[in-house]
Design a protein around this ligand. Structure first.
Ligand code: SAM
Ligand code: MD0
Ligand code: SF4
Length: 350
């Protein structure tokens, strides 16, 4: 049954929406371990024990949007927002590079100041990090007009990240209020069209059904994004969803494993932004091969889902994450390996 479905998927068979729903519905711990073990094998065959590392630079926490799930939504007043200068971001990205981190994820809320004057500050910031630091760059600036993508690429970004959260369009529109489902979906297409690599992502625990989750996995993979992610929803104080019961990580872990089995060659993150460093081992054991949301302490930087957890105590620091990786028997990738990997993906190679 479960084993048969996993076997069929491992042999490259099409298990369809019913098959993915069956795997997403697993609750038995032994079956879950069977799923994770299969995912680890796929990951190890494709990437070995090599893991890529991404530093998270949330450089502006101002946002004009009002997503119901997000701490940084515009209606959440008095949360102490900040906007870093270009010099500060260059400095932060430089220290990530020197410490051996493979990529700087330059993330912001949809900050009108960054979008003003035809996206000048955003483009200048990406150019400055590219020219002065030379680290690989992911831009996570929210939804952009189609014509801005080539400029992001020219400025030096390798990736554009923009998560659909769910492929249930009604649910999307009830959560990402006043935003267009189709426009957000197009972000991935426009990014790839401009020569960027694209990341799509889903959240778990927004009110979606198990079948919605399965459908989202298939649709994310089908779009062709080179990096796909899942994050458990973490309820945020001061938002309309603050009283939702927090959920455990099991469904996220199953999602990671299923994505790995169905789409072996994709980058799949283990985000430290859900459970902090405590969530590292389980996500790697479910088949993840990138660590995201590494955040240096003492720099007044926030996370998204966990805006404080494990940051100032240094648990999400480069040094601590590297130590943990070693002790778990993984090897962190050199930045030169990451750059070659990106080049091969951009050229359509495997
Ligand atoms: N503002 C940009 C955007 O929305 O695309 C970029 C950053 S946004 C803060 C990054 C992602 O964080 C969201 O797309 C969502 O998937 C995730 N996120 C936000 N709030 C979350 C929460 N409370 N729990 C889990 N993930 C969350
Ligand atoms: C993460 N908090 O990696 C970040 C964020 C944005 N590109 C990524 C959701 O978990
Ligand atoms: Fe703004 Fe992004 Fe948060 Fe939505 S998820 S409120 S767009 S920062």
């Amino acid at each position: 049954m479960i084993e048969e479905t996993i076997d069929r998927a491992l042999r490259g068979g099409d298990i369809g929406l019913d098959g993915v729903t069956e795997l997403m519905s697993i609750t038995d711990p032994k079956e879950m371990e069977t799923l994770f073990e299969a995912a680890r094998k796929v990951r190890d065959a494709e990437f070995g024990r090599k893991v890529f590392t991404y530093g998270f630079v949330y450089f502006s926490t101002y946002c004009k949007n009002n997503c119901n799930f997000c701490y940084f939504r515009r209606s959440n007043k008095d949360i102490g927002r900040y906007r870093k200068s270009i010099e500060e971001v260059v400095q932060l990205a430089g220290s990530l590079k020197d410490a051996g981190i493979n990529l700087a994820d330059l993330t912001m809320g949809e900050d009108p100041a960054m979008y003003a004057d035809d996206y000048k500050l955003l483009i200048d910031l990406i150019s400055a990090v590219h020219d002065d630091v030379g680290i690989s760059i992911m831009a996570s600036p929210g939804a952009l007009p189609r014509e801005v993508f080539p400029r992001i690429r020219e400025a030096g970004a390798d990736w554009h990240a923009c998560y659909q959260e769910t492929y249930n369009s009604e649910l999307f529109e009830s959560l990402r209020v006043e935003q267009s489902y189709d426009d957000r979906l197009n972000q991935k297409v426009w990014a790839m069209e401009a020569g960027l690599l694209a990341e799509d992502g889903m959240m778990i625990g927004l009110g979606e059904s198990v079948r919605d989750r399965a459908d989202t996995i298939l649709r994310m993979g089908g779009l062709g994004c080179q990096q796909i992610r899942a994050m458990t929803f973490v309820p945020q104080e001061g938002t309309p969803m603050q009283d939702n019961a927090p959920m455990g990580p099991q469904d996220e872990l199953k999602t990671i494993a299923i994505m790995r089995i169905l789409f072996p060659d994709r980058l799949i993150p283990c985000s430290l932004d859900v459970e902090g460093i405590a969530g590292l081992e389980s996500r790697l054991s479910a088949g993840a091969n990138v660590i995201t949301s590494i955040v240096p302490p003492n720099r007044n930087l926030a996370g998204v889902a966990q805006h404080e957890l494990d940051i100032e105590n240094g648990n999400r620091s480069v040094e601590h994450v590297f130590e943990m990786l070693d002790s778990l028997g993984y090897r962190r990738a050199e930045s030169s390996e990451y750059v070659s990997f990106l080049d091969s993906r951009r050229n359509g190679g495997a």
